[in-house]
Design a protein around this ligand. Structure first.
Ligand code: HEC
Ligand code: HEC
Ligand code: HEC
Ligand code: HEC
Length: 261
């Protein structure tokens, strides 16, 4: 079934040289220059793969099935691969741009975030479920006088830099969300009771992550988006990078732009 699809995908399009794109040897300096066949030479509607080796496209498409737990037809009209009518294809292109932005802006151009980071083999990533026990615990720890609950957090607390404008009464919800999303206690980021101090690097890191989540939701969802800490962390301090299923950095900007040796 899969092989049939992949084969038909390839045979629908001009031939993609399997490995060694036409190599020409220049007699003079015995210099080898390879003419690369690029995705846009072979396929019709490529934006993400533009400028990349044509031969990369089908294996990458194949990997998408495992990363999202879907078939090719989730995103494509079968045998009409250039067709753009399925919303999932548009969304996938957006999310290619999302991981490129996140890795470039927040992870020094590395491969920290891939499709797998959020999707884990599902078309729709897990959502955060509010945990009432965690909220109750945070509410006791934080103790906001009822009269202050509606005030902006920065007027009630001492060192609010990212959550400005959020009402003070919501702070326990946010802190509970942090602990459940990362699978940690308050002490991971704070010295208990001395909440305003910035002495733990994890707290500073969390501020950077708040900016990143804001940028993702701003750029890709018009401001009020579904991406939260839980999407990448899924209860772990360090998001899962290697999955065992075909993530393998296929979509890292580094891998995607790698030149043939
Ligand atoms: C999650 C969505 C998704 C899945 C699943 C998926 N594709 Fe794609 N496919 C895309 C996107 C997005 C593009 C456009 C890439 C770009 O802009 O460079 C694309 C482009 C293509 C193209 C190039 C078409 C052209 O001429 O422009 C082919 C061929 C293709 N896919 C085949 C497949 C096959 C075969 C499978 C299953 C093995 C598959 N795709 C699975 C999203 C998907
Ligand atoms: C930061 C987390 C995150 C990353 C990384 C991410 N996604 Fe998504 N993706 C989401 C969320 C949240 C949704 C559900 C909301 C929506 O549809 O926009 C989603 C939805 C989708 C959908 C629509 C699913 C459906 O209902 O058909 C597709 C397709 C998709 N993502 C493709 C990708 C691809 C391909 C990659 C890697 C290039 C990727 N995503 C990386 C968070 C992410
Ligand atoms: C993943 C890290 C992280 C965890 C876990 C966490 N916090 Fe925070 N906390 C922060 C960050 C970051 C800020 C500052 C937000 C800002 O700058 O807008 C903050 C701010 C606060 C503040 C405001 C302090 C002030 O006066 O400025 C309180 C109170 C607080 N946290 C309590 C808690 C409690 C209670 C828990 C456990 C239920 C908790 N936090 C768990 C990262 C964390
Ligand atoms: C796009 C995926 C993604 C999202 C969304 C995300 N993170 Fe992270 N986070 C990572 C990755 C990858 C790392 C590990 C790499 C690193 O430490 O730089 C990390 C590391 C961290 C760390 C340091 C871990 C440690 O060793 O203690 C903290 C704290 C953290 N994130 C907090 C948050 C908070 C809070 C949110 C929500 C506001 C969040 N993250 C959202 C990807 C993400």
């Amino acid at each position: 079934m899969l092989c049939a699809l992949v084969t038909s995908a390839a045979s629908q399009s001009p031939q993609i040289p399997a490995k060694n794109p036409a190599a020409t040897t220049q007699s003079a300096g015995a210099q080898v220059e390879r003419k690369r066949l690029l995705a846009e030479d072979v396929f019709k509607n490529v934006e993400i793969f533009k400028g990349k080796d044509a031969a990369r496209l089908i294996p990458a498409m194949d990997a998408l099935r495992g990363l999202l737990g879907v078939d090719c037809t989730h995103c494509h009209t079968q045998f009409d691969w250039a067709n753009e009518s399925k919303p999932a294809k548009q969304k996938a292109r957006q999310h290619f741009k999302l991981i490129e932005m996140v890795n470039r802006e927040y992870f020094g151009g590395g491969n920290a975030a891939s499709c797998w980071t959020c999707h884990r083999g599902q078309a729709v990533p897990m959502k955060y479920q509010r945990d009432e026990d965690a909220v109750a615990h945070a509410t006791v720890a934080i103790q906001i006088p009822a009269a202050s609950a509606e005030l902006p957090a920065e007027r009630v607390f001492k060192n609010i830099q990212r959550l400005k404008g959020v009402s003070a009464g919501r702070l326990p919800l946010v802190m509970a969300m942090f602990t459940k999303s990362l699978g940690v206690g308050c002490e991971h980021c704070h010295v208990e009771g001395m909440w305003e101090l910035d002495d733990k690097p994890e707290k500073t890191k969390a501020r950077g992550m708040l900016s990143m989540v804001g940028a993702i939701n701003g750029q890709f969802y018009g401001g009020n988006g579904p991406v939260h800490c839980v999407n990448c962390h899924q209860g772990n301090v360090k998001p899962e990078l290697v999955s065992g299923t075909p993530s393998e950095g296929v979509f890292s900007p580094a891998a995607a732009t790698a030149q043939p040796k």
